[in-house]
Design a binder for this molecule. Structure first.
Ligand SMILES: [Zn+2]
Length: 412
């Protein structure tokens, strides 16, 4: 088990008094560059995060766009060119650099061509992501014709019969794109009647498969009843909480979350699927990190203290076992750092911000060297958003303005 992650020997948090100096670790009194980095006041570290984010963004553009001859093979946000466009949008939001927005538009246009005929309907792996990001980028550019083109293209997406319910390839991944459009273009861009119809189909499917079992809602993907964010319950519940559910439907969501909390491992981690007894994965896709984000959201939506406590418990697992030997968002340190950012936003607790900073500083200080020494895996797609260094760049941008951070394509 221990070879999946680095032991966390990062120093404990020392309380500071405001955000300018908060998240400062115990004063470094040795020559470790990581400890020196951690001992800087937050605003100083944020300057370093911004510089690193901008450098990495340039590298990602070079590797995924320029070197590919400005052509798109893999259009997806997960491993492909749309992930680069999403990173450019983030860079534009943080810095206001219009060159990033122009390039974002150019890459989405190429993704639009490459995704024609794709049967995948989600934000992360399908056509909905292309049309939704295209619409938002067009809106920022003030290009109304282009905005209308992408919105019309989005409306032409049809959910095929037998589509699964999970986030990466299923109904909830399509619904997330609808919520993204309503947030960034305006309420009602996608009518709530359309969204609630799909949400009810998700709930009906979940009741059917639960078959009056101990978990009120249950789903399968490739014949496995997954629990995690990417393919399972955590991701589906996360999206359902943004829908206009009636009290009975809300109870199904709450009951499902209670079932998971009651059946977590003694360590506080969560099984990757129903009945699985191997306590191994601490990823956004499978395990405590994805659950922590969903439970933290449940605490805000349902105002139940036990959800917040469960999110804090899950974050403790991430702190102890989450320094993974990979850099990415999906199953790497960058994704896990977002757990602490999410809790920081909801609680205002500076210890959470410190922990996010500690994970991010670990990457900033050590990732390149560890990858060069083959002690850390750079990802099968080393510059992609979900598996590679674009995810690390996204985290660094989030660290510049932590109160406005989001886990990409998951938190709205
Ligand atoms: Zn993963």
């Amino acid at each position: 088990m221990a070879d999946r992650y680095f032991p966390n020997d990062l120093p404990d948090f020392v309380q500071e008094t405001d955000e300018a100096t908060a998240a400062t670790a115990a004063t470094a009194d040795d020559s470790s560059s990581l400890l020196n980095l951690l001992s800087l006041p937050y605003l100083k570290t944020a300057e370093q995060f911004l510089r690193a984010a901008l450098d990495l963004k340039e590298k990602v553009v070079r590797e995924t766009w320029v070197r590919a001859g400005r052509r798109v093979k893999d259009f997806t946000l997960y491993t492909g060119a749309l992930g680069t466009a999403f990173l450019l949008m983030k860079s534009y939001q943080v810095t206001g650099n219009s060159g990033d927005l122009t390039l974002c538009n150019e890459i989405v246009k190429a993704c639009d061509s490459a995704s024609q005929g794709s049967r995948c309907v989600t934000f992360i792996c399908g056509r909905a992501g292309v049309c939704a990001l295209g619409a938002v980028a067009a809106k920022h550019s003030g290009d109304e014709a282009l905005l209308n083109y992408y919105l019309k293209s989005f409306q032409e997406i049809n959910l095929p019969p037998g589509v699964p319910n999970e986030l990466l390839y299923g109904r909830s991944g399509y619904l997330w794109a609808c919520s993204f459009l309503n947030k960034h273009i305006g309420d009602g861009t996608i009518p709530s009647t359309h969204m609630i119809k799909i949400a009810k189909e998700i709930i009906t499917d979940g009741i059917k498969l639960s078959n009056k079992g101990t978990c009120p809602l249950m789903y399968e993907w490739h014949e496995t009843k997954y629990w995690g964010a990417a393919h399972g319950l955590a991701g589906i519940m996360h999206v359902l909480m943004d829908m206009d559910l009636n009290p009975e439907e809300q109870d199904y969501v709450k009951g499902t979350l209670h079932h998971m909390i009651q059946n977590r491992f003694p360590s506080g981690n969560y099984p990757s699927s129903e009945g699985k007894d191997t306590d191994r994965l601490v990823h956004w896709c499978h395990g405590a990190p994805g659950l922590a984000l969903t439970l933290n959201k449940a605490a805000l939506v349902f105002q139940e203290e036990q959800f917040l406590q469960a999110a804090i418990d899950a974050a403790e697992v991430v702190w102890n076992r989450g320094l993974l030997k990979r850099v990415g968002i999906c199953h790497g340190v960058s994704g896990n750092a977002h757990v602490f950012l999410s809790l920081y936003r909801s609680t205002g607790n500076f210890e959470c911000l410190y922990r996010a900073k500690a994970f991010a500083c670990f990457l900033l200080d050590k990732a390149n060297q560890l990858i060069a020494e083959r002690k850390m895996h750079s990802g099968d797609r080393p510059y992609s958003l979900f598996e590679g260094q674009a995810g690390m760049a996204y985290l660094f941008f989030n660290m510049v303005k932590p109160s406005e951070s989001q886990f990409p394509a998951y938190e709205l």
